[in-house]
Ligand binder design. Structure first.
Ligand code: COA
Ligand code: AMP
Length: 629
């Protein structure tokens, strides 16, 4: 069947389409129907089914005779370790960890925060929660104590599972002190913590609250899988919005299993038993969907890679991993390829490895620029597939479905909508636009299974952020256009979210931190174009009257403050002091105009600007930082 046929079949009868895909999942009780629309525009899928995510990701493969197959290959160039875990071993490890958590009182519906680096125990922690019906929330290791504290207060976890440390090139990230500080700052306190002591740094434990990973599990009775309703949250994953308060995206269990399983073959084109590798982090949605649940639910072997595309030890690391583990399908962010290309422009390292197992490269998380795609095509000699999605969707909204049909690649486009997604371009008034016209990218409701039904404890915010602007549609926050052939082009965000090295960050959150500096009266953070990371945050600071401390000292302190409060992942290193910010007469800061000046793009001076002369000062300040040339 062609892509067109599959998409048309979905469109003709979405419920039948998804009920059919649901057959590939093991149910304790099959759902009586697919879609529940009583609460429209809030929709739910497979609500009256009973299912367990861990059973589907682990136990069922053992039951089907796949026990000896590797489930996880841990490859850590940063520590020099590799470790392979079969499905049988994974089942035993997860059942024991779940048993220990259960013995300490963790039950269905309880929240558990996971703050861990890229080690197999992070996946085991997620699966152990899923086994009990507990709702996990993984927090990315590059976030600082304050961000962790915000998530603790929102999710109110009964337990936190963490590692003593993470390892970044040239430094050890002290997770445990960050965790202790976060618990100190948070109003909500977890009952207990389980800490994986790593040999690179053994953490100090707090008597009575902290337990060692292994001693905690000693003698634990393995736990069985607890059936949960189809709409039971599998996890909460916080992502950046417009403000400093992150959005807790809720992932419903059944829809997520059905949809992810469908994507593994139809988009990523792998069969059970093959090795699938997503070089991302469990702290991001890619890590949830395509390091943990997608490949495991589908019976693939997943690679847990603890390293960087360059420097661990060199720009050939990715090729070595593909060769050593016979990776069939590989997923990463364009930034990673830009980093490799910068070190090895001719791709010579790739020719030193046997990459014959690799059938395709998938890129997502940020805009894939043509140079990177062309370089990857030339270097790897396999299809290079851009695909577009977000934390909220949980799986690709627009892609080139290699397992159905390889559609012609158009540079700059992630290709076409996947079944489940009726993607449209809308004007400000919510009217569909013509091919080629730029507008807001929206998806006609209902969204398909596996997408967010709401935000954790914040339904009003969910409605306001995603549903109200364009009634009947989900607002993605991205802008772009669709061409005559139905190919989507994603051009920019419509909000203040920026994308730094494939990481989604809120400029609003950074502004909140900067505004907290004693000498800062007002500030604005914009995303400027960067050749490696796509975008970088840049802050403008207006100081309080009478401040006479050296400006560069204040800028340095502000940079330190963002690192301390949000974390190193914010990559906030560019700041300058200006007298005033350009604003409209009604007081709105003209961030988009500042971005255009920074990127040396042509722009029109907005008619509503209060004082156009401020733009000259902005340009000079930007030039001082190497921009607006
Ligand atoms: N724990 C703690 N700190 C982390 C971290 C983690 N898990 N991940 C990143 N950081 C730190 C980095 O060490 C760096 O700190 P520094 O300012 O002291 O150098 C900072 O956060 C910024 O990280 P990053 O933006 O990732 O830059 P980098 O210079 O370390 O690496 C790349 C650049 C291109 C190699 C890297 O960004 C990369 O591999 N990107 C791929 C993106 C990706 O996988 N995205 C996921 C979505 S698909
Ligand atoms: P995240 O929720 O962290 O996955 O970030 C999602 C956002 O990243 C999207 O809303 C887009 O702005 C951007 N993004 C992800 N994939 C792509 C892509 N293939 N092309 C362009 N932008 C992308």
């Amino acid at each position: 069947m062609s892509y067109k046929d599959v998409y048309a079949r979905w469109k003709a009868d979405p419920e039948a389409f998804w009920m059919e895909q649901a057959e590939a999942i093991d149910w304790v009780k099959k759902p009586s129907k697919a879609l529940w629309d009583e609460n429209a525009p809030i929709y739910e899928w497979f609500k009256d089914g009973l299912v367990n995510a861990c059973w589907n990701a682990v136990d069922r493969h053992v039951a089907a005779g796949r026990g000896p197959q590797y489930a996880i290959i841990y490859d850590s160039p940063i520590t020099g370790r590799t470790h392979k875990i079969t499905y049988s071993e994974l089942r035993n490890r997860v059942a024991t960890l779940a048993g220990a958590l259960k013995a300490k009182g963790i039950e269905k519906g309880d929240r558990v925060i996971i703050y861990m680096p890229m080690v197999p125990e992070a996946l085991e922690a997620m699966l152990a929660c899923a086994r009990l019906g507990a709702i996990h929330s993984v927090v990315f290791g590059g976030f600082a104590a304050h961000e962790l504290a915000v998530r603790i207060d929102d999710a109110k976890p009964k337990a936190i599972l963490a590692a003593s440390c993470g390892i970044e090139p040239g430094r050890v990230v002290h997770y445990k002190p960050l965790l202790d500080a976060a618990i100190e700052q948070a109003t909500h306190k977890p009952d207990f913590c389980v800490i994986l002591q790593r040999e690179q740094e053994v953490a100090k434990m707090i008597e009575g609250r902290d337990f060692g990973w292994h001693s905690f599990q000693y003698g634990a009775q393995p736990a069985d899988c607890v059936p949960v309703e189809g709409d039971h949250p599998a996890y909460i994953l916080y992502t950046s919005g417009t403000t400093g308060q992150p959005k807790g995206v809720v992932r419903p269990t059944a829809g997520h299993l059905v949809a992810l399983n469908w994507t593994m073959k139809n988009i990523f084109n792998v069969d059970p038993g093959e090795v699938f590798w997503a070089a991302s982090d469990v702290g991001w949605v890619v890590g949830h969907s395509y390091i943990t649940y997608g490949p495991l639910v589908h019976g693939n072997t997943t690679v847990v890679f603890e390293g960087k595309p360059v420097g661990t030890p060199d720009a050939g690391t990715f090729w070595r991993v593909i060769q050593d583990h016979k990776v069939a399908s590989f997923f990463t962010a364009p930034t990673a390829f830009r980093a490799i290309k910068r070190e090895d422009p001719k791709g010579e390292l790739a020719s030193q490895y046997d990459l014959s197992s690799l059938r395709a490269l998938f890129l997502a998380g940020e805009r894939a620029d043509s140079d990177t795609i062309l370089w990857a095509q030339k270097t790897l000699k396999v299809p290079v597939i851009d695909h577009w999605w977000q934390t909220e969707s949980g799986w690709p909204m627009v892609a080139n479905p290699l397992g159905i049909e390889e559609l012609p690649v158009k540079l700059g486009s992630p290709t076409v909508p996947m079944p489940g997604y009726d993607v449209q371009i809308l004007d400000e008034g919510g009217q569909p636009m013509k091919p080629g016209e730029l507008g807001a990218i929206a998806v006609k409701l209902p969204l398909p299974p596996g997408t967010l039904p709401t935000l954790w404890n914040a339904e009003a915010r969910f409605r306001k952020a995603y549903l109200e602007h364009f009634p009947g549609y989900y607002e993605t926050g991205d802008a772009g256009y669709i061409d005559e052939d139905g190919y989507l082009y994603v051009m920019a965000r419509t909000d203040d979210v920026i994308n730094v090295a494939g990481h989604r960050l809120s400029t609003g959150a950074m502004e909140e931190v900067l505004a907290g500096h004693q000498d800062v009266a007002e500030c604005a953070v914009i995303g400027v174009t960067d050749a490696l990371k796509g975008q970088l945050p840049l802050g403008f600071l207006c100081l309080n009257k009478g401040t006479n401390r050296p400006e560069d000292e204040i800028v340095r302190e502000c940079i330190g403050l963002v690192r301390e409060k949000i974390g190193p992942v914010a990559a906030f290193k560019l700041g300058c002091v200006v007298n005033r910010l350009p604003k409209t007469r009604s007081g709105k800061i003209l961030r988009a105009t500042m971005v255009k000046i920074a990127d040396s793009q042509p722009f029109k001076i907005p008619a509503t600007i209060d004082d156009p002369e401020i733009l000259d000062e902005i340009r000079l300040a930007l030039q001082g930082l190497g921009y607006a040339r």
